[in-house]
Design a protein. Sequence first.
Length: 458
Amino acid sequence: MNVSMVDRHNSQSQHRVVIVGGGFGGLYAAQALGRAPVEVKVIDKRNFHLFQPLLYQVATGTVSPADISSPLRLVLRKNQNTQVLLDEVVDIDPDEKKVILPDGEMPYDTLAIATGVSHHYFGNDHWKNYAPGLKTIEDALEMRRRIFAAFEAAEKESNPQRRQAWLTFVIAGGGPTGVELAGAIAEIAHGALKKDFRTIDTTAAKIILIEGLDRILPPYSPDLSARAQADLEKLGVTIRTQTLVTNVAENAVTVRHENQEEVIPTETILWAAGVKASPLGKVIHERTGAELDRAGRVIVEPDLSLANYPDIFVIGDLANFPHQGDRPLPGVAPVAMQEGQYFAKLIRKRLQGDTVAPFRYVDYGSLAVIGQNSAVVDLGFVKLTGVIAWLAWVFAHIYYLIEFDNKLTVMLQWGWNYFTRGRGARLITGEDSLGKIAQRMKSGYYDAEKPTEQVEVR
């Protein structure tokens, strides 16, 4: 090897890549840079990667949190050029090329921000106390606590109207997350818990799915949306389309449909109706002037970089990529995976003095599960429903789980649940969960003589 080649390699090995966020975008970028002549630092305030597509299964007692989580250090430990840091980026300085941490700063040559999104209450953040969303492990555990605690409270409730309120589950949002939650809760009520209680009939549970548009699963074709609705209704789910949530309280949710408002007594409200960008989206806008969309996501260039800042990239759900098709790319895991891999390829090419074509997402299809033996799959060239679609969904999710032990554990758990209809992870956890149930039972305001309120909006 001649001197010029050695010098070139040493120069390249000093290139500092900082990746903020260990989700799909950040993790796939770090993995793809494992053998690149760069120094990689992955910063995340969690020490694990979370497989979010299966988070609803934690919320409904099918799998445990560890089954869909992988420690970042374990996943990246073979990457000798990569350091994982448990920390949080609170600001960036694009002119000095450094990220700001709570107790210091870190320089970079190339920065990738992949901090994702959280649930959005459309200006009603106080609703989150009564209607948890589903983006983190803590969210899923809180949902799980509320779902299974509702059945426990109903078992002890003597007032018929209040018992029904405990057995009424309202899900706001008819996208994939809402559909999957509704189907899973219906299977819990009609299957897993059917023989476990002595006072209540769990099959009397009402699962109500609220969607503001004219059909559930709006990103899917109308025929697949119709099939998903039919399958949910067979499970006992009530679907309310063209219906908006106008208020959420501790014991009720108010909805509006065709200028009529209705108050639905319920003790369990689950939120799956929208997303907003992480706080770093606003920081990026303030520091670089990058444009944001209505949800606070950063509008990126065709190569995922920021306008006027070719060394800063935004990937994953935080990015609004409007350069392919008539609307931005969806905030789904496959998009983030491909963006992370593209980012790594671009860095490699730049270090070699080459250019790379703009990012182009390859859509391999969309999948949503309704229940056991029921799903809808759109592969572009063919649409699948029923058992075949469900099997496609199962194998796709097993394939994309990060670690082999997670793949094996989830596969065995699904197999056991398939034959037994059981849900072994239906634990009620959390500080003083019993006290919370008792407090909520005492706070119930339902009057057995008072009908559900329905008034006209003027």
